[in-house]
Design a protein around this ligand. Structure first.
Ligand code: SAH
Ligand code: SF4
Ligand code: F3S
Length: 470
């Protein structure tokens, strides 16, 4: 399965089949904002550029190419990009005075949402490339190096899936024992607060064979845990090896057959796409970790309706009951938005009640941020900032209490831990529990990549200290 991987030196085939000479000794710095899919995409951009002679660097000053892989989800996320671009303009000038050229590129969801506007607001930028177009990146960079200003935002996502090169085995090994794998991209749900359907396009699933090949490649490179990614990962569907239509549940069963892959996770799911086969996978598949990130956003039926979530608070409660029946030790995680337009004290109290009813092991909560082009931004009755702040504080205090309670409840129990990296203190290793908490053990307990049995001795706010058991 090495046929897509060009040799380390000399000229190579780019993804369009044309022969190109590589610039010698060029370096690329990639800065990633936003969700896990951007983390995955940044690695794939690095892989595409590696085939073109660019080595990754974490020293921005020495980079010939700087790429910002951006996020548009909330106003703050998008604005961060422009302040970073201000700093990069200075860096570009300094390097230019020293006779070195720097190409600056903006990728990701801000690139897709704002396109040309980025070149207007930040003239130091040379190229703007949308998330569906990364397989074209080496070509686009070459053109930018020739002095062109480029905006590329309109390719079909299927092209990206088909043409993005895979990392070399050595690169997989260096990236560690856990990995992301995108199986689905885009969203057709159109929640009224959310930019994702506009930045990532409509839902597209990768074919089974592509996903299995990538997972096998990761396993061969020493990866032991794979997290399947999608904006609505449980909307994934495709034709299975048996000729039948598969959903994510069936796909997980197939991936569990791959030797060496011992832990599977997936994120992010939508409550409406949790089907019976996926719930059955939680019951019957020991490799599927007992952790589920299932955002609900609000506990108020009125607000859920205004958000276009197409389910009620009770639908969600019943769903969680079914999942817990299938897998009693499952830990729940979620996302919440406070201060959606029209949210009253009672609506907010409904959210607090839902959190009390469900009990989360972990959760992310945000103040509503009106996004240009989304229906929510045009609604009247926007909630004042001070009220949003108050509600966020109250919600986060409750969620934090639940998180601490969950972590404490693990003390004294035994569990399997995948050792991932050296600890902060000498002589330590850090692994992860099935429920995603970092677990700190003595380095003699095992090598990185081992899954070891431990007993939890002590807990911190979110991490655990453990002793190996034989
Ligand atoms: N696809 C996922 C999540 C996408 S974005 C899902 O459907 O759940 C991640 C989280 O950001 C969302 O779950 C939501 O809680 C939050 N979010 C999205 N748009 C937002 C906005 N305009 N303001 C505040 N939070 C937002
Ligand atoms: Fe955004 Fe809703 Fe789609 Fe999630 S399901 S990406 S919140 S529109
Ligand atoms: Fe942000 Fe785009 Fe992900 S908006 S959260 S980077 S899909």
């Amino acid at each position: 399965m090495e046929q897509n991987i060009p040799p380390e030196t000399g000229s190579s085939e780019n993804t369009d089949g044309a022969s190109v000479m590589r610039p010698a000794g060029k370096k690329v710095f990639v800065k990633t904002y936003g969700c896990q899919m951007n983390v995955y995409d940044s690695q794939r951009m690095s892989d595409a550029l590696a085939a073109d002679g660019y080595a990754p660097t974490d020293q921005i000053e020495e980079a010939d190419l700087v790429l910002l892989n951006t996020c548009h989800i909330r106003e703050k996320a998008a604005e961060k990009v422009y302040s970073e671009l201000g700093r990069l303009r200075v860096l570009k000038e300094e390097r230019s005075q020293a006779g070195r050229e720097t190409v600056i590129g903006v990728a990701g969801c801000v690139a897709q949402a704002e396109g040309q506007e980025i070149l207007r607001r930040a003239p130091a930028v040379d190229l703007v490339i949308g998330p569906q177009t990364y397989h074209r990146l080496p070509k686009v960079v070459q053109r930018a190096r020739g002095g062109e200003k480029i905006v590329e935002t309109d390719y079909a996502i299927e092209d990206k899936f088909e043409h993005l090169p895979q990392p070399q085995k050595r690169v997989v090994r260096n990236r560690g024992v856990t990995a992301f794998l995108t199986v689905q991209e885009g969203c057709d749900k159109f929640c009224t607060f959310c930019v994702v359907p506009y930045t990532r396009g409509s839902e597209v699933s990768r074919p089974v064979a592509q996903i299995v090949a990538e997972a096998e490649r990761l396993a061969e490179g020493g990866v032991r845990e794979v997290t399947l990614l999608g904006q609505n990962v449980n909307a994934w569907h495709g034709e299975g090896a048996d000729g039948r239509e598969w959903g994510l549940g069936e796909l997980l069963f197939r991936l569990a057959e791959i030797p060496g892959l011992d832990r599977l996770r997936y994120t992010t799911s939508h409550p409406r796409d949790m089907d019976d086969a996926l719930i059955a996978a939680h019951r019957d598949l020991p490799k599927l970790m007992p952790y589920l990130h299932l955002p609900v956003q609000s506990g108020s039926d009125r607000i859920l309706k205004a958000m276009n979530r197409k389910h009620t608070g009770d639908d969600y409660r019943r769903l969680i009951d079914r999942i817990r029946e299938a897998r009693p030790d499952i830990a729940m995680s979620g996302d919440f938005i406070v201060g959606f337009p029209g949210e009253t004290d009672q609506d907010f109290e409904d959210t607090m009640q839902l959190v009390r009813d469900v009990t989360y092991a972990q959760a992310f909560s945000f103040k509503y941020s009106p996004r240009p082009g989304t229906p929510g931004a045009d609604l009247g009755d926007q909630v004042p900032e001070a009220v949003k702040n108050e509600r966020l504080q109250a919600l986060q205090a409750l969620l934090m209490e639940q998180q601490r309670g969950f972590v404490k409840s693990l003390v004294g129990s035994e569990m399997d831990v995948l050792l991932e990296k050296p600890g902060r203190q000498p002589g330590q290793r850090v692994g992860r529990s099935p429920w995603l908490q970092p677990v700190i053990v003595d380095e003699k307990a095992g090598e990185i990549g081992d899954i070891i049995r431990v007993r939890i001795a002590e807990s911190g706010p979110n991490s655990l200290f453990a002793e190996p058991v034989s």
